[in-house]
Design a protein around this ligand. Structure first.
Ligand code: ADP
Length: 217
């Protein structure tokens, strides 16, 4: 199964995609993680992306498309299937994707703005393995330390309040239209979240139930 997990920033895409990766044995491809890796390693690409990323803006399409193409053409992805997290975020990205591969389903996360702000402003990310925690809702066992690998937890530059507002604006303006692009082309598994404190594992079970009903599992 090739899936896209779609939703606003802070809707839980990354967290759910990581759980689905383990449960279904498919590969998670997160363009946000790739962007941060390149920035952290200070590569040539990373240097070109840092300013956009830190301001909450989208990295230019040509760079992201290039990076994505490289990843999903590796044999592992074709064999196991994948879940795209954070891609496509613009219509040109969706058009480029349709030339590279076939997508079976879109998992669409519907989450109100107040939950997004609550989640993002309390989010902490592991510097080493990119695991995601939340100081209010998904607390690490030891403050500031990743449960999974012992790495240091930090607040992403773009999880600061002024930048969160900009990311929501960018989502509404550039990314929401991608949903319209896919309507009628690819089936949607709709998921509605109306409470910030339901454990991610519970939400993922609901998503799995929908995918089963639709015949993808
Ligand atoms: P979130 O979904 O929580 O906003 P991500 O980790 O998916 O966060 O993305 C963080 C940042 O990385 C984005 O704000 C953007 O700057 C960059 N980025 C990630 N994916 C893309 C993409 N497909 N196109 C352009 N920029 C991207």
């Amino acid at each position: 199964m090739n899936a896209i997990i779609f939703g606003p920033p802070g809707s839980g895409k990354g967290t759910y995609a990581s759980i689905l990766e383990k449960k279904l044995g498919i590969v998670k491809v997160s363009t946000g993680d790739i962007v941060r890796e390149e920035i952290e390693k200070n590569t040539e690409l990373g240097k070109r992306m840092k300013d956009y990323h830190d301001k909450g803006e989208l990295v230019p399409d040509d760079i992201v498309i290039e990076v994505l193409k490289k990843r999903i053409s590796e044999p592992d992805y074709a064999e196991r299937g994948f879940i795209l997290d954070g891609y496509p975020r613009t219509i040109p990205q969706a058009e480029a994707l349709s030339k590279i591969t076939k997508i079976d389903v879109i998992i669409n996360l519907n989450v109100p703005d107040w939950i997004i702000i609550e989640r993002l402003s309390n989010r902490r990310t592991c510097r080493e393995c990119e695991a995601i925690f939340n100081v209010k809702y998904v607390k690490p066992k030891i403050e500031g330390v990743c449960d999974k690998c012992g790495g240091e937890l930090f607040q992403r530059e773009d999880d600061k309040p002024e930048v969160i507002r900009e990311r929501i604006r960018v989502y509404q303006e550039q990314t929401r239209p991608v949903l319209e692009y896919y309507k009628g082309k690819i089936p949607f598994a709709e998921f509605v979240c109306d409470s910030p404190d339901i454990p991610p594992e519970v939400n993922v079970e609901i998503i799995l139930g929908k995918l089963k009903k639709m015949g993808f599992l």
